[in-house]
Design a protein around this ligand. Structure first.
Ligand SMILES: [Zn+2]
Length: 144
């Protein structure tokens, strides 16, 4: 009886200890999916650095940081932000962020759904675009 109780207790403790680990692992996978592309990663890092800078300024104004610590940390974050902005520049993002995101989404969509980009050809009768494999032209009814 005592053995059974001990076993149950050990199991319960094991589940209690391991559950957060699994939860964390799942969270990490979600984060990885979100940060799938280089652009996503850069934008996420940029957001983190900017948030850190804001926090830092707040802590400094609250008097929780010495002048020296503040300047040192601020310089580090600003250098990181500059590096990220340079990388974004190289991706051609600086000029038109929206367009880059659109391109990024289109590229990812075509990876996820390759069948969307169906092969097409022209109807020999009317010249309308027809999907390869169709038996009749949707425009003129010509047998293909
Ligand atoms: Zn046709």
């Amino acid at each position: 009886m005592l053995t059974v109780a001990c076993t149950l207790l050990t199991l319960a403790a094991g589940v209690y200890v391991l559950t957060p680990l699994f939860r964390e692992a799942r969270g990490n996978i979600e984060v990885e999916l979100l940060a799938e592309t280089g652009l996503d990663r850069l934008l996420a890092r940029k957001a983190v650095v900017y948030a850190n800078l804001k926090d830092l300024e707040f802590e400094y104004r609250m008097g929780r940081l010495s002048d020296g610590d503040f300047r040192r940390l601020e310089a580090g974050y600003k250098a990181e932000a500059a590096a990220i902005l340079r990388e974004l520049d190289q991706l051609g993002v600086a000029g038109d962020l929206d367009e880059s995101i659109e391109r990024d989404i289109a590229a990812r969509k075509s990876r996820l759904y390759p069948s969307v980009a169906k092969e097409t050809s022209r109807c020999p009768s009317c010249g309308a675009e027809v999907t390869v494999g169709k038996k009749f032209c949707a425009d003129c009814g010509q047998r293909l």
